[in-house]
Design a protein around this ligand. Structure first.
Ligand code: NI
Length: 182
Protein backbone atom coordinates (compact mmCIF):
# COMPACT_ATOMS: atom_id res chain seq x y z
CA UNK A 1 0.00 0.00 0.00
CA UNK A 2 1.20 3.48 -0.75
CA UNK A 3 -0.04 7.03 -0.70
CA UNK A 4 0.09 8.32 -4.26
CA UNK A 5 0.77 11.81 -5.56
CA UNK A 6 -2.41 13.58 -6.64
CA UNK A 7 -2.42 15.40 -9.99
CA UNK A 8 -3.64 18.99 -9.84
CA UNK A 9 -5.72 20.96 -12.33
CA UNK A 10 -3.52 21.77 -15.31
CA UNK A 11 -1.81 18.37 -15.45
CA UNK A 12 -2.67 16.84 -18.85
CA UNK A 13 -3.67 13.48 -17.33
CA UNK A 14 -6.76 15.18 -15.85
CA UNK A 15 -7.92 16.41 -19.25
CA UNK A 16 -7.82 13.12 -21.17
CA UNK A 17 -10.49 10.41 -21.45
CA UNK A 18 -9.37 7.35 -19.47
CA UNK A 19 -9.11 3.86 -21.01
CA UNK A 20 -11.26 0.87 -20.04
CA UNK A 21 -9.60 -1.67 -17.73
CA UNK A 22 -9.10 -4.82 -19.84
CA UNK A 23 -8.68 -7.24 -16.90
CA UNK A 24 -10.40 -6.01 -13.72
CA UNK A 25 -8.94 -8.90 -11.69
CA UNK A 26 -5.31 -8.23 -12.63
CA UNK A 27 -3.00 -7.90 -9.61
CA UNK A 28 -1.82 -4.46 -10.71
CA UNK A 29 -5.43 -3.23 -10.73
CA UNK A 30 -5.97 -4.51 -7.19
CA UNK A 31 -2.76 -2.76 -6.12
CA UNK A 32 -3.87 0.47 -7.81
CA UNK A 33 -7.26 0.31 -6.06
CA UNK A 34 -5.72 -0.34 -2.63
CA UNK A 35 -3.38 2.62 -3.13
CA UNK A 36 -6.26 4.82 -4.34
CA UNK A 37 -8.31 4.03 -1.23
CA UNK A 38 -5.35 4.76 1.04
CA UNK A 39 -4.63 8.02 -0.85
CA UNK A 40 -8.27 9.13 -0.69
CA UNK A 41 -8.55 8.47 3.05
CA UNK A 42 -5.23 10.19 3.75
CA UNK A 43 -6.41 13.28 1.84
CA UNK A 44 -9.85 13.18 3.50
CA UNK A 45 -11.64 13.04 0.15
CA UNK A 46 -15.06 11.53 -0.62
CA UNK A 47 -13.85 10.07 -3.89
CA UNK A 48 -10.88 9.59 -6.16
CA UNK A 49 -10.51 8.64 -9.82
CA UNK A 50 -7.46 6.89 -11.26
CA UNK A 51 -6.46 9.82 -13.53
CA UNK A 52 -6.06 11.86 -10.33
CA UNK A 53 -3.15 9.59 -9.40
CA UNK A 54 -1.69 9.82 -12.93
CA UNK A 55 -3.18 6.51 -14.14
CA UNK A 56 -5.48 7.01 -17.16
CA UNK A 57 -7.73 4.00 -16.49
CA UNK A 58 -11.47 3.78 -15.77
CA UNK A 59 -11.37 3.16 -12.03
CA UNK A 60 -13.01 5.23 -9.27
CA UNK A 61 -13.33 4.82 -5.52
CA UNK A 62 -15.77 6.77 -3.36
CA UNK A 63 -17.85 6.77 -0.23
CA UNK A 64 -20.98 8.70 0.67
CA UNK A 65 -21.08 8.59 4.45
CA UNK A 66 -24.27 9.22 6.34
CA UNK A 67 -23.06 12.53 7.80
CA UNK A 68 -22.84 14.01 4.29
CA UNK A 69 -26.41 13.07 3.40
CA UNK A 70 -29.29 15.47 3.75
CA UNK A 71 -30.44 15.33 7.39
CA UNK A 72 -33.94 16.60 6.53
CA UNK A 73 -34.94 13.47 4.68
CA UNK A 74 -36.88 10.68 6.31
CA UNK A 75 -34.87 7.57 7.12
CA UNK A 76 -36.60 5.53 4.45
CA UNK A 77 -35.49 7.94 1.78
CA UNK A 78 -31.91 8.05 2.99
CA UNK A 79 -30.74 4.57 2.11
CA UNK A 80 -29.65 5.45 -1.37
CA UNK A 81 -28.04 8.69 -0.26
CA UNK A 82 -25.25 6.82 1.41
CA UNK A 83 -22.73 4.34 0.12
CA UNK A 84 -19.99 2.38 1.84
CA UNK A 85 -16.48 2.50 0.43
CA UNK A 86 -17.08 1.47 -3.16
CA UNK A 87 -14.75 0.56 -6.01
CA UNK A 88 -16.07 0.85 -9.55
CA UNK A 89 -14.14 -0.42 -12.54
CA UNK A 90 -15.37 0.59 -16.00
CA UNK A 91 -18.40 2.43 -14.57
CA UNK A 92 -21.45 3.61 -16.49
CA UNK A 93 -24.07 6.12 -15.40
CA UNK A 94 -27.69 6.33 -16.50
CA UNK A 95 -29.63 9.48 -15.63
CA UNK A 96 -33.10 8.56 -14.33
CA UNK A 97 -34.98 11.83 -14.57
CA UNK A 98 -34.83 15.45 -15.71
CA UNK A 99 -34.57 16.92 -12.21
CA UNK A 100 -31.32 18.67 -11.28
CA UNK A 101 -30.08 20.17 -8.06
CA UNK A 102 -27.14 22.32 -7.06
CA UNK A 103 -24.50 21.51 -4.47
CA UNK A 104 -21.03 22.61 -3.40
CA UNK A 105 -18.25 20.42 -4.71
CA UNK A 106 -14.58 20.19 -3.99
CA UNK A 107 -11.89 18.09 -5.62
CA UNK A 108 -8.52 16.83 -4.44
CA UNK A 109 -7.15 17.98 -7.82
CA UNK A 110 -8.48 21.51 -7.26
CA UNK A 111 -7.28 22.05 -3.68
CA UNK A 112 -8.67 24.85 -1.55
CA UNK A 113 -11.63 25.67 -3.81
CA UNK A 114 -15.34 24.95 -3.83
CA UNK A 115 -17.81 25.37 -6.66
CA UNK A 116 -21.60 25.27 -7.01
CA UNK A 117 -22.52 22.59 -9.55
CA UNK A 118 -25.96 21.61 -10.86
CA UNK A 119 -26.27 17.90 -11.58
CA UNK A 120 -28.99 15.31 -12.18
CA UNK A 121 -30.50 14.21 -8.86
CA UNK A 122 -31.36 10.61 -9.63
CA UNK A 123 -29.06 8.13 -11.36
CA UNK A 124 -28.36 4.44 -11.78
CA UNK A 125 -24.76 3.30 -12.03
CA UNK A 126 -23.09 0.06 -12.95
CA UNK A 127 -19.57 -1.22 -12.87
CA UNK A 128 -17.35 -3.99 -11.54
CA UNK A 129 -16.07 -4.23 -7.98
CA UNK A 130 -12.61 -5.16 -6.73
CA UNK A 131 -13.33 -8.90 -7.08
CA UNK A 132 -14.80 -8.45 -10.56
CA UNK A 133 -18.36 -8.68 -9.21
CA UNK A 134 -21.12 -6.68 -10.90
CA UNK A 135 -22.33 -3.63 -9.00
CA UNK A 136 -25.58 -1.87 -9.90
CA UNK A 137 -27.16 0.77 -7.68
CA UNK A 138 -29.65 3.61 -7.79
CA UNK A 139 -28.47 6.80 -6.11
CA UNK A 140 -29.70 10.26 -5.17
CA UNK A 141 -28.35 13.22 -3.28
CA UNK A 142 -24.69 13.36 -2.28
CA UNK A 143 -24.23 9.73 -3.35
CA UNK A 144 -25.39 10.54 -6.91
CA UNK A 145 -23.25 13.69 -6.94
CA UNK A 146 -20.01 12.00 -5.90
CA UNK A 147 -20.45 9.22 -8.49
CA UNK A 148 -21.05 11.76 -11.28
CA UNK A 149 -18.09 13.87 -10.14
CA UNK A 150 -15.74 10.86 -10.10
CA UNK A 151 -16.96 9.53 -13.45
CA UNK A 152 -16.45 12.99 -14.97
CA UNK A 153 -12.74 12.54 -14.17
CA UNK A 154 -12.78 9.52 -16.51
CA UNK A 155 -13.94 11.81 -19.34
CA UNK A 156 -11.22 14.34 -18.59
CA UNK A 157 -13.61 16.78 -16.91
CA UNK A 158 -13.18 18.68 -13.66
CA UNK A 159 -16.15 20.19 -11.85
CA UNK A 160 -15.45 23.84 -12.86
CA UNK A 161 -16.31 22.83 -16.43
CA UNK A 162 -19.78 21.83 -15.16
CA UNK A 163 -20.44 25.19 -13.52
CA UNK A 164 -22.94 27.72 -14.89
CA UNK A 165 -22.06 30.59 -12.55
CA UNK A 166 -18.34 31.17 -12.07
CA UNK A 167 -19.00 33.70 -9.29
CA UNK A 168 -19.66 30.55 -7.23
CA UNK A 169 -16.13 29.24 -7.67
CA UNK A 170 -14.68 30.29 -4.35
CA UNK A 171 -12.04 29.53 -1.78
CA UNK A 172 -13.09 27.07 0.89
CA UNK A 173 -12.10 29.64 3.50
CA UNK A 174 -14.80 32.00 2.15
CA UNK A 175 -17.64 29.45 2.29
CA UNK A 176 -19.23 31.28 5.24
CA UNK A 177 -20.34 34.10 2.92
CA UNK A 178 -22.46 31.64 0.95
CA UNK A 179 -24.08 29.73 3.78
CA UNK A 180 -27.77 30.43 4.00
CA UNK A 181 -28.96 31.61 7.41
CA UNK A 182 -31.61 29.34 8.89
NI1 NI B 1 -12.49 15.35 -8.18
Amino acid sequence: MAILKIARMGHPVLALPARAVPDPKAPEIRRLINDMVETMLDANGAGLAAPQVHVPLRVVVFQAPDDRADPDLADQERFDHTAPMTVLINPEIEILGPQKEGGWEGCLSVPGLRGWVERPVHIRYRGLGIDGEKIERVARGFHARVVQHECDHLEGRLYPSRMDDMTKLIFESEMRHFQVAT
